[in-house]
Design a protein around this ligand. Structure first.
Ligand code: ZN
Ligand code: ZN
Length: 247
């Protein structure tokens, strides 16, 4: 499995740093996971080669570029239709409203929306993707990606509560959000993790490698890495836009 970072900026994009988005590839199968603003342009492959799209939740920093992709697929030189999209039903409800007021059914023709929730599993090519409801303010799914015995997990946006972290049990790579720095509980919005919580959870679930993502533009990422390394007790990686890594 190969993971490419399209963007990892938390909450909103910054110059050279698109918001959340990843490309997962395995034996010719290519899945675009989260479509934050800037990630469509950052795809390292022809966008016609994307086999499926996974969206963790309805917040704009994770799904706005689905609208960008819609325009490209519908009005581009080569059109595409019925591209599979896996997401909570609340995502498709919002996105469809954005476009279909003006163009009857166009979005639903371009994308085949498949609602997923806690406990669901889908197979795309040789990749099995399992979904768990995370601890966020809107319906959000964390994901576990499995191929030939290799496992990658993605926390999506989440707080520390619940059992979503089982998605990352024994993962070869755990891509985990770290929206905050410092002590837990400092923010009045409890639906994100501090870097130290990401490190603790990664250690508790036995993840072999931890990669931090969703760090907002106003925070210094090296401090997040240092804070996560204390509880994880091993070097921690950073999701750098444009970088790729084998899992
Ligand atoms: Zn977010
Ligand atoms: Zn969110």
């Amino acid at each position: 499995m190969k993971l490419s970072i399209l963007g990892s900026s938390g909450t909103y994009p910054a110059p050279g740093r698109p918001a959340s988005g990843y490309l997962v590839e395995h034996e010719g199968t290519r899945v675009w996971c989260d479509a934050g603003p800037g990630t469509f342009l950052a795809l390292p492959i022809d966008n016609h080669l994307v086999d499926a799209i996974v969206l963790s939740h309805e917040h704009p920093d994770h799904c706005l570029d689905l609208i960008t992709a819609f325009h490209a697929f519908r009005y581009g030189e080569r059109t595409r239709s019925h591209v599979p999209v896996y997401c909570p039903s609340s995502v498709s409800a919002k996105v469809l409203r954005f476009v279909d007021d003006h163009e009857d059914g166009a979005m639903a023709e371009t994308f085949d929306f498949n609602a997923v929730d806690d406990g669901d599993e889908v197979v795309v090519g040789g990749i099995k993707i399992s979904f768990r409801r995370s601890d966020h303010s809107v319906p959000t799914v964390a994901t576990r990606w499995q191929t030939n015995g290799r496992v990658m997990a993605y926390s999506a946006d989440t707080g520390p509560e619940g059992d979503w972290m089982r998605a990352a049990e024994g993962a070869d790579l755990f891509l985990c959000e770290a929206s905050y720095q410092g002590k837990p509980g400092m923010s009045d919005y409890p639906y994100h993790l501090t870097a130290a919580e990401a490190g603790r959870i990664a250690r508790e679930v036995g993840a072999k490698h931890l990669m931090l993502t969703h760090i907002p533009p106003h925070l210094e990422p090296s401090r997040s890495v240092a804070e996560a390394e204390v509880p994880f007790d091993r070097p921690v990686e950073l999701a750098v836009p444009g970088a790729s890594r084998k899992v």
